[in-house]
Design a protein around this ligand. Structure first.
Ligand code: MN3
Length: 201
């Protein structure tokens, strides 16, 4: 199969003022399109062509850097668009709320830990909320790595992620990554995260 750029179910300007329209447009139509094109080039004519993206990531040869970077980039951004929507328009399920309380003590503690993981990821990468063995974990990965990849040391199935590459925030926030991370909490699609929690549990 070949992969196509996933469409957003909101407009580029829908996440303003938290994430600006120009950043969204470039991020989706240029960066994510680029990962998609390079993923298709990396799998063309190989046995990877018969796999879905989940299979490609979980079976990955970590030394295959073209596939690692671009399969990761394709999947990570697809998840990122899905777990955002304007102004927290959907609500967290009771099950996810309970799991967050059980794993982190409180929602505020979860926010502090997730923000810390995003702020302290050196250079480019992602911070994640994952489901592992029925429990929630926060971790971060570099570049376009993803918790589904083998031996990544960041376990489980990701249900929420934030892109902390500078291309995700620099136009609006410049070097102020913590401000971007704080703003991200205003646009999390908790309904979508709750669905991913059910699927992963
Ligand atoms: Mn990105």
């Amino acid at each position: 199969m070949s992969f196509t750029l996933p469409q957003l179910d909101y407009a580029y300007d829908a996440l303003e003022p938290h994430i600006d329209s120009r950043t969204m447009e470039i991020h989706h139509s240029k960066h994510h399109q680029g990962y998609t094109n390079k993923l298709n080039a990396a799998i063309e004519g190989t046995d990877q062509e018969s796999k879905n993206i989940h299979q490609i990531l979980t079976d990955l040869d970590m030394n295959n850097m073209a596939l690692r970077n671009n399969a990761g980039g394709y999947f990570n951004h697809k998840l990122f668009w899905e777990i955002m929507n304007p102004n927290n328009k959907t609500e967290m399920s009771n099950d996810l709320s309970s799991a967050i309380d059980n794993s982190f003590g409180s929602f505020d503690n979860f926010c502090a830990s997730f923000s810390n993981a995003a702020a302290t990821r050196f250079g480019s990468g992602w911070a994640w909320l994952c489901v592992k063995d029925g429990k929630l974990e926060i971790c971060s990965t570099s570049n376009q790595d993803n918790p589904l990849m083998p031996s990544i040391g960041c376990g489980g199935t990701p249900i929420l992620g934030i892109d902390v590459w500078e291309h995700a925030y620099y136009l609006n926030y410049q070097n102020r990554r913590p401000d971007y991370v704080n703003a991200f909490f205003n646009v999390i699609n908790w309904g979508a995260v709750s669905e991913k929690f059910i699927q992963a549990s």
